[in-house]
Design a protein around this ligand. Structure first.
Ligand SMILES: [Zn+2]
Length: 161
């Protein structure tokens, strides 16, 4: 046991040549980036409250009505039953978008609560010109899920002979 802990400790030592750095920010994988691309393509209606570095942005959940001026109130309301809480909180999501460091943003959607990353945060980062969509995400037809494995990338139309 002690040997294992010692091994972990050494492998994280920054002065070591083969140091495994501790993850300080989330890494967005192609699957989430593809979902973000498809979500932004649909031009979702956003409701934003400016507050310096941190912006509160409200978006409607899939298959829910678009956000309205009343949406922010839902997040501050006190609910008497769990059903009313669930109904309102699952109809829209609140993204706390950090303009200075978008990877430190948060969202109330189930994907973010589980994995600390979601299509909303990445989509908004691209929307605010803080991140880019790689070319490979644009090659998957809308509505189709990305297949597991490494993407093929774009093929060259003309090959030099
Ligand atoms: Zn989200």
């Amino acid at each position: 046991m002690l040997a294992t802990v010692n091994k972990w400790s050494c492998s994280r030592d920054p002065s070591e040549v083969n140091c495994k750095p501790v993850a300080k920010e989330v890494q967005y994988d192609l699957c989430v980036i593809t979902s973000a691309y498809e979500w932004i393509k649909l031009k979702p209606r956003l409701l934003a409250e400016e507050d310096g570095q941190l912006r509160s942005i409200y978006v409607a959940a899939a298959e829910s009505d678009a956000v309205t001026q009343n949406t922010p109130k839902v997040f501050n309301e006190k609910h008497k039953t769990f059903e009313s809480f669930k109904k309102l909180h699952l109809s829209a999501y609140k993204i706390m978008f950090n303009v200075g460091n978008w990877k430190m943003s948060s969202c109330t959607c189930p994907s973010f609560l589980k994995n600390y990353k979601c299509k909303h945060v990445y989509g908004l980062a691209v929307h605010n010109k803080l991140a880019l969509f790689p070319e490979t995400v644009k090659t998957v037809p809308i509505g189709q899920k990305r297949k597991p494995g490494r993407p093929k990338g774009t093929t060259k139309a003309l090959l030099k002979m």
